[in-house]
Design a protein around this ligand. Structure first.
Ligand SMILES: Nc1ncnc2c1ncn2[C@@H]1O[C@H](COP(=O)(O)OP(=O)(O)OP(=O)(O)O)[C@@H](O)[C@H]1O
Length: 464
């Protein structure tokens, strides 16, 4: 990003939406035409998570980590924006989808090598990614896979954040809530190799293996993910060594770089010139959203305007609201504790204290604003102290909030907008699950057992 004292960016199109509630969009610097990805969070908790991500990313510099370009906190709206290098090919999951759902071994190996290099660098900086998977790695214009989405990142040692990540990619020690160190990233890297090769997350081939059964299997049995039979012996060996259940027996990411599977990886494939600017011809030749027959304007402003066409899926495309002022320096971000019993669930559509009283559950601070904006959000709430007797749930619709017994959710399936929250009481255990995301704070082994039991019951009801 240029370093003018003030810049204006224009939203061009949505690049992705994450389970965290953040929206990633493509933006162009009005004056230079430079393209960048902006990850924006509207709710206070999502903004706080993004601030954490900014803090981590701002310390990192590697061709295998998505580049951090700055951040901006909007004091008026409370929104937080993270500015990132634009990766024109999207995530590795997008790359696999474009290729018919899965990648050939040659591509898998090349991307695995990039991710292993990224992890070796990251772990050398004493940072753990915490959520390695194909959706969290993007492919830059240089053809390299880069680690992105540092929302679950943490210090490699002495970190007291609750374990986090995506259940199917969790290492056994993470699933048990014990520790989440660099070795857990190595396990997740192997899971990502399986995901790229098969087009599905590990464990998903198991019949009746829902996410909670999977977490239980990962944490408390001897099972390891099934290896794709068509992979080469070198690939299978790499997976076997990285999927050691004992984290101490796994290679480090740096040691993994010497494995024949990684050593034999081809150099990055340059798909096209990296479109870092709306002035790049490659950008115009490859944009899916544009009408090929439309002539691109010669000026940066003209090109940006035509990109921001009414066909875009973002509302108010042409309004002044679509512009944001960006400070040249990174905004200062607060050093306040990131995870507390109150803010941890905000990305899930937390509850207000009024709702708490009505729900008669152990939830304290709740803000349903985010969920209300999204009419498909469903939040199940379980009193962890008496999980069987006091199931309650919240259904948040576009018009407001109502409380219903969990049974009312029968017939609905969990989706990316569904969440299940389990609270024990205000001071001890806090366990939350959101499909695709999993956050635990376990204070005892009993908590872990109760969690598995009560959440399974609840989710079974929700999924019927
Ligand atoms: N720098 C980027 N360039 C291009 N696309 C990107 C970039 N960063 C993210 N995306 C797209 O946006 C999607 C969501 O981004 P990201 O994973 O950072 O969000 P998130 O809210 O943290 O997601 P989740 O919590 O579900 O993992 C990615 O899967 C990818 O498709």
């Amino acid at each position: 990003m240029a370093t003018a004292s003030k810049q204006q960016l224009r939203r061009l199109r949505t690049l992705g939406r994450g389970a965290s509630g953040a929206v990633v969009w493509l933006a162009a610097d009005e004056s230079s035409g430079q393209l960048l990805a902006v990850k924006s969070a509207a709710t206070p908790a999502a903004a706080e998570q993004l601030q954490r991500e900014a803090r981590v990313l701002s310390t990192l510099r590697s061709p295998h980590i998505v580049h951090f370009l700055g951040s901006h906190a909007d004091a008026i709206t409370g929104e937080y924006h993270l500015f990132l290098e634009y990766a024109p090919r999207g995530s590795l999951a997008d790359e696999a989808a474009r290729n018919g759902g899965r990648l050939g071994e040659r591509d898998v190996r090349r991307y695995a090598a990039d991710l292993a290099r990224g992890l070796a660098y990251l772990h050398g900086e004493s940072v753990v990614h915490g959520d390695v998977k194909a959706a969290n790695a993007v492919v830059g214009g240089d053809g390299c896979a880069k680690l992105a989405d540092f929302g679950c990142a943490r210090a490699a040692a002495g970190c007291d954040l609750p374990v986090a990540g995506t259940p199917a990619f969790m290492a056994p020690e993470v699933a048990r809530g014990e520790e989440q160190g660099p070795a857990a990233d190595v396990w997740a890297l192997a899971c990502t190799v399986i995901e790229m090769a098969t087009g599905a997350a590990p464990w998903s081939g198991d019949v009746d293996c829902d996410v909670f059964t999977a977490v239980h299997r990962i944490g408390y049995t001897d099972a390891v993910p099934e290896l794709p039979p068509w992979l080469s012996p070198a690939a299978k060996d790499f997976l076997r060594v990285c999927l050691q259940r004992d984290p101490r027996r796994r290679p480090t990411a740096a040691q993994g770089l010497d494995h024949p599977f990684i050593v034999s990886a081809d150099p990055a494939k340059h798909f096209w010139a990296s479109p870092t600017s709306t002035l790049d011809t490659a950008f115009w030749e490859s944009s899916d959203d544009e009408d090929d027959e439309e002539e691109a304007s010669e000026s940066a402003a003209g090109r940006i305007s035509s990109l921001a066409s009414p066909r875009s899926d973002l509302p108010d495309w042409d309004s002044e609201d679509g512009w944001i002022d960006v400070r040249s320096e990174c905004s200062q971000v607060s050093e306040s504790p990131v995870v507390t019993a109150v803010n941890i669930g905000a990305g899930f559509g937390c509850l207000s204290s009024g709702a708490l009283d009505a729900a008669e559950v152990g939830l304290r601070a709740v803000d349903v604003e985010d969920a209300i904006r999204n009419p498909t959000s469903h939040v199940g709430v379980v009193d962890f102290v008496k999980p069987q007797q006091r199931h309650s749930s919240l259904s948040v619709g576009g018009l407001g909030l109502c409380l219903r017994p969990v049974a009312c959710h029968q017939g609905r399936t969990l989706d990316r907008n569904s969440a299940v929250l389990v609270m024990s009481n205000e001071k001890s255990s806090l366990i939350m699950h959101r499909f695709g995301h999993f956050v635990t704070r376990l204070t005892s082994f009993m908590d872990a057992l109760l969690f598995i039991l009560c959440i399974s019951v609840d989710v079974l009801v929700l999924r019927q």
